[in-house]
Design a protein around this ligand. Structure first.
Ligand code: CU
Length: 152
């Protein structure tokens, strides 16, 4: 499923194709999804594929959303003992012609300090910020609490 993204807050009210011009490169966001939350005491997470169809690398530097006061990009890792932990990821480079996948067990958009529960069937807007000043806004559908991947 491709979701619409838009270049800036000025234009996001319009329905645009799933392409954003982040400086010299073209970024598309595909297959965004999130799980429903039980409440707001635990952080939520969102997943997606960020594709760079341009020639030059673009660096994802941050996130913003009205849903959470502290959104951040995290990376989960599992050590040799099988213990999984996560920590803030450094800037994420999306190479020209490449893609970065945010998925359970790996990179994810961590949504800390939720402002409201994430209810199945709802959605929220998430803005990706890039090093060249470009922004991509994606509407993230909220799937059921046990979802493992995006809907077709
Ligand atoms: Cu996390």
């Amino acid at each position: 499923m491709k979701l619409p993204v838009a270049f800036s807050a000025v234009t996001f009210a319009f329905s645009l194709p799933a392409t954003v011009f982040a400086g010299s490169s073209e970024i598309t966001v595909e297959d965004a999804w999130a799980r429903a939350s039980i409440g707001i005491s635990r952080p939520g997470a969102a997943y997606m594929t960020i594709r760079n169809t341009g020639d030059e690398a673009v660096i994802l530097t941050g996130l913003s959303t009205e849903l959470a006061l502290m959104p951040d990009i995290h990376r989960s890792t599992t050590n040799e003992q099988g213990v999984t932990s996560m920590s803030p990821a450094d800037d994420i480079e999306i190479p020209g012609g490449g893609a970065v996948v945010l998925e359970p067990g790996g990179l994810h958009a961590m949504l800390m300090q939720l402002q409201r529960p994430m209810k199945e069937g709802g959605s929220f807007d998430l803005t990706l910020e890039f090093s060249d000043g470009g922004k991509a806004q994606v509407e993230v559908p909220i799937l059921d609490i046990a979802a493992r991947g995006p809907e077709d």
